[in-house]
Structure formats: C-alpha cells, structure tokens
Design a protein around this ligand. Sequence first.
Ligand SMILES: CC1=C(/C=C/C(C)=C/C=C/C(C)=C/C=O)C(C)(C)CCC1
Ligand SMILES: [Fe+2]
Length: 373
Amino acid sequence: MTDPGAREKSKATREPKATREPKATRETLARVAFLPGWAILAGMTAAFALGASVPPRYRWIPLAASVVVLGLPHGAVDHLLLPRARDERPGRRWFASVGVVYAVLGGLYAIAWFTRPMAAFGGFIALTWFHWGTGELYPLASLAGAEHLETRGMRTATAAVRGAIPMGLPLVAFPDRFSAVAELLVRPFAGEAAGAGEAAAAGEAAAAALEPFLRADVRVAILVCICGLAAWTLAVGGVRARRMDAVRGWVLDAGETALLVAFFGLVPPVLAVGTYFCVWHSLRHVVRATALDARSTPSLSAGRIAPALRRFARDAAPLSAGGLLLLGGIVVAVPRSPGTPVELIGVYLVTVATLTLPHAAIVAGLDREQGLL
Ligand SMILES: CC1=C(/C=C/C(C)=C/C=C/C(C)=C/C=O)C(C)(C)CCC1
Ligand SMILES: [Fe+2]
C-alpha cells in the first residue's frame, strides 16, 4: 500500500532544490540575472546591425574588465557552492576538497597548455561550449520556470545549443578574428628556448591546424548545424510547452536564443565574448551563488539584491586575489612573456582556461545536486 502523503512527500524531495526558493526571492533573482544581459546584448546587437564599429584595441575592454568585474570572481566561490546546496557548513574539509580538484584538474590542464598548446586550445573551446551551455539551465529551468526543460533530453539539447552559439558563431561569422585569437593564445607557449621566429612558427602552426574550419563550406555546415539544432530543440520544446500550458518560459528561451544568435553573428568576437562572459554567463552564476547563501534570503525575498551582492563580493575576494596570483605566475612561466596589453589578455585567457576546467567540474556537481544535469 502506498500512502498518498508519502507519495506527495517523495515528489517534493525529488523536485530540484533550485526551485524551492519562494516566489518573491525568485523574482528578485530573475530580474538581476536576466535584465542587464538582455539590455546590453540587445543594445549592442542593434548598434552593430545599424553599422556601428569599435576600433580593434577597444574590443578587449570587457575581457580585460572581467579580471575584476564578475568574470574571474564568479568562480571564486566554488568552495561554497556544494556545501551550501547540501545545507552543510562550508568548512575546511570542503575547502580542501575543492582545492584538490583545482590543483589536479587545473594543474594537468596547465601542463597541456605548455606541452600541446593547440590541443589545449581546442579543449578550451569544447570546455566552454559545455560550461557556458549547461550554465544556462539554472536560469532557464529554475529562475524562469521554463517547464519545457523538465526532461533530461530537452536540457541536454538546450545546453548544447546555448554553448554552441558563443563558440561556433564567431568562427562562422569572423573566421580571421577567431584564428587570430587562437594564435594569440598558443604563441606564448612556443618551445622553451623559442626565439621570435619559432614563436611565429608556432602561431602559424596554430593557424594551419585551424585551416580546415575556416573554409567557407565548412563554416556554412557549422552554421546549418547550430541553427538546425536550435530550431529543432525549440520546436520540440514548443510542442511540450503548449501541452504543459507553459508557453511563457518557452518564449523566453526562444527569444534569448534568437538574441544570442544575432549578437554573436554581428558583434566582433573579442567584444562579444568578453561582454557575454561578464554580463551573461558570470552574472547568472553570481545570482545562482547568492541564492544558495541562506544569509541572503531575507533581503532577497524583500526584493533587495544589493546586500546579497555585497556578501558575494566578500566571499569571492580572497580567491579572486588567488586567481590574480596564478595569472602572475603563468605570465612569468610562459616561455615568451607577453609584451603588449593584448598579449597579456591572451595569457589571462589561458589562466581562465586552466581555472575553468575545475570550475566546470564543480558547477556540474552543483547541477547534479540541483537535478539539472
Ligand atoms: C575570446 C575569443 C574566443 C574564445 C574565448 C573563450 C573560449 C572564452 C572562455 C571563457 C570561459 C570559459 C570563462 C569561464 O566561464 C574565441 C571563441 C576563440 C573567438 C574569438 C574571441
Ligand atoms: Fe562559469
């Protein structure tokens, strides 16, 4: 005999933890997670559609800003995420475990950059695809309440689409910029005793390895795959949403997907990726982290986000500083030290890459904990 009360209870515990926030709290979180990103990306998309342009050197500003604003700090609370999601105290044991994950995964990946930089770059694109894609599930499913994402299949497909847009469309629309960034990231790792000639050769080797992806027919194929997957995922999601009478969440999903396609198709990639990193991916993750902090719930449910963000900034400060130290270490350790601001940002991106592997692993653990992955 199953007692209906028990069945109700088990249903309640199966519900992803992330959706347990009271409605008022969720609305505050959603406002902060969504509105700035929509406004800034839509504004920039419109400006570039109307022919705006930004001189190349200024396109790096958002990426440079991400060192202190949202970008690097968004990963600096990784040691607090899982214990808070499990209602445990984030003590020394958690800090040590997360430290080990960072040391092992980050360390191995750093070695890969020094030994096989081009493969490491390819891995970075794949990793970002996964991490930025799955990073969209919490805001969509838990904050926007997009019920068409209730099945694992829909969530997998949606994450694949959301990650493919920022990594694939810059290649499709701006192949030369894409390969220039690949060269920028790979060049400092040219052989131990590399002279300028050898470094240039490494850069050229990077460009040569990318060559097949830069061909017009291959890029058209990539575009067709991304748009086809997006259209198919949204079509299946739309049917589900209609059946569940949950069209609002689907409209948000479809609208965002269209905005992202237009944004990454029109805005120069260095500017687009940097902006997206700060005001979209990182902001959404920061909001998610504040939602896990029990001390922040009273002010959040009263519609106030500032105290929660201040608390986040305090939590994230020490390890953001740690990230900067690591950046300094990598700058010193690369065989060819960066000589210009842009080269310095290139080395920063490699630092971000090595930190992103352990960060993505921990966030994936949180996704599992919250029933999203
Ligand atoms: C800058 C840039 C690129 C790559 C950026 C990447 C891969 C950024 C990843 C950031 C991460 C993972 C942050 C942490 O969440 C591309 C696509 C080559 C295109 C040209 C501009
Ligand atoms: Fe992240």
